[in-house]
Design a binder for this molecule. Structure first.
Ligand code: SF4
Length: 488
């Protein structure tokens, strides 16, 4: 170790850092012999004057007049707060504040998460790849395709096996990809036997170079149910092509109730219930999330005993992106024609009813391990306090969903968090902000580090802290301190 280097002890890497240099993660540096956290420490501010957040008048602080006050206007997040290591040391900041006359404490730390990942929801019907197939970044396996949801494809990325259970490069690429996604950056992912997709939180996905615009309005059957009345009298048959359920108007219950007669249409695929067909084609990136480029390929010949010349047929996908209009000739063969104006309105209506396609990134981490020891000397009590709703968990001041059951396994929508709230360490693991807020009396009862509690006011005097406006769509993390204690 050079004489003038200092050792960073904020993670197990224990870097020696020379003056003017940074450690391996770029989070800490040697500034004139002092170990400093290089990113600004973020404080959320809900005062109107600081930014564009609007706070109702009655929620604002008032001078003490003997009545209950609403609480402080600042919340110290864990973004830029630093980490203590090993875990038995108290968290970097344990801050007290009075909220509606109740003494509260917020324990603030940047957690190092080896057990973490991203759940990625991609709003598209296009087939991205078979379920369970590997998802790759820079050629390295970083996750897999998981069960799709209504109108969306789902990827599960990261996790301890990719971070630390494979090659060094696999771990590094996994960590880098998670970090970029969580910090709102665009990432290109390739799926084995599937598509290449560009994803970014809050932005439309780009599948094989084509930007997705709309989520489907529903499956083919649901689309028939929604729009049957609008087609009634304007067309004799409608087929809504969809990879999940392809709908056929004349056979569907919606068509039956309207009295639409049989047309003699025959669909390839597996008939589920009347007017609803599974597996009309293979999954793909064309019509309705199938591999169909030519819609007539899913039709067999019309039944000559039922069909008639000049029968009008509309075929449309579940987003309205693909559509085609046909009329039967004298031999009962479909002939493509221009879409009549009376039907173009219904196709436009399908498009109108589709929501914009977006990518949603949920960070998921497990704080049920050693991180708890920085909060209390008796870690399991913190788990119980979270489960009993006595302790609120936030991530950069953003509400999280805590999974029931053991541990403190939580998920947070990264697009609701302050920007660039995540970091990494080269072990490799992700660094995520986490705050625990609870009553001061409860904190004492669960074995908290009471001699490390400092006041919120003492934090505010440091000008190096960066004040950000609290987001309007997030609940204020210091509100309603007196939550009911559920039965155990
Ligand atoms: S990797 Fe970062 S946090 Fe870990 S010891 Fe080095 S500088 Fe400190």
């Amino acid at each position: 170790m050079p004489d003038d280097a200092i050792r960073c002890d904020a993670c197990p890497v224990l870097c020696y850092i020379k003056p003017g240099r940074t450690g391996a993660c770029d989070r800490y540096g040697n500034h004139d012999g002092q170990l400093v956290r290089l990113d600004p420490h973020v404080v959320l501010d809900r005062a109107v004057s600081r930014g564009d957040s609007i706070v109702p008048f009655l929620d604002r602080d008032r001078d003490w007049d003997g009545n209950i006050v609403s609480g402080p206007e600042n919340f110290v997040t864990a973004i830029g707060a630093g980490t203590t290591y090993p875990d038995y040391k108290p968290a970097p900041f344990i801050i007290s504040s009075a909220v509606q006359g109740v003494d509260m404490v917020t324990v603030v730390t940047e957690g190092i998460f080896s057990y973490c990942g991203v759940k990625l929801k991609i709003d598209t019907d296009r087939h991205l790849g078979p379920e369970t197939n590997l998802v790759r970044a820079q050629g390295e396996p970083i996750g897999h395709v998981t069960t799709s949801e209504y109108g969306s494809q789902m990827l599960s990325l990261g996790g301890v096996r990719h971070l630390t259970g494979g090659s060094r490069r696999e771990g590094t690429v996994t960590c880098e990809t998670l970090l970029n996604l969580c910090n709102g950056k665009a990432v290109e992912l390739g799926i084995d036997e599937g598509a290449t997709v560009l994803v970014q939180a809050g932005k439309p996905p780009v599948v094989d170079g084509v930007q997705e615009e709309r989520m489907r309005v529903g499956c083919g059957s649901a689309t028939i149910g929604m729009f049957a009345k609008q087609w009634f009298g304007k067309v004799d048959e409608v087929v809504v092509v969809d990879d999940h359920i392809t709908g056929v108007l004349s056979e569907h219950q919606a068509g039956k109730l309207l009295g639409i007669p049989e047309t003699g249409i025959k669909i390839k695929g597996h008939r589920s219930t009347p007017g609803r067909y599974f597996r009309v084609a293979e999954p793909g990136t064309a019509w309705g999330g199938t591999n169909i480029e030519a819609p007539l390929s899913i039709l067999q010949d019309f039944n000559p005993k039922i069909a008639w010349p000049r029968l009008r047929l509309l075929m449309v996908s579940t987003t309205g992106e693909h559509h085609a209009y046909f009329e039967l000739d004298e031999d009962l063969q479909p002939v493509e024609k221009d879409l009549p104006s009376s039907l173009s309105e219904s196709v436009t209506r399908i498009k109108e009813n589709c929501e914009p396609a977006l990518c949603t990134v949920l960070f998921m981490g497990g704080a049920g391990g050693s991180l708890r020891a920085g909060v209390t000397e008796n870690p399991v009590r913190l788990t119980h306090a979270v489960r009993d709703a006595l302790t609120r968990v936030t991530c950069g001041g953003t509400p999280v969903y805590v999974w029931p059951g053991g541990g403190i396994t939580f998920m947070v929508d990264v697009s609701r968090m302050p920007e660039n709230g995540f970091g990494y360490v080269p072990t490799p693991a992700l660094v995520a902000p986490i705050e625990f807020t609870l009553k001061l009396s409860d904190y004492a009862a669960l074995g908290g580090y009471m001699d490390h509690v400092r006041s919120l006011d003492s934090m505010m005097s440091d000008e190096r802290r960066r004040h950000l406006s609290a987001r309007e769509n997030n609940p204020w993390p210091l509100s309603s301190p007196t939550r009911p204690r559920p039965e155990r």
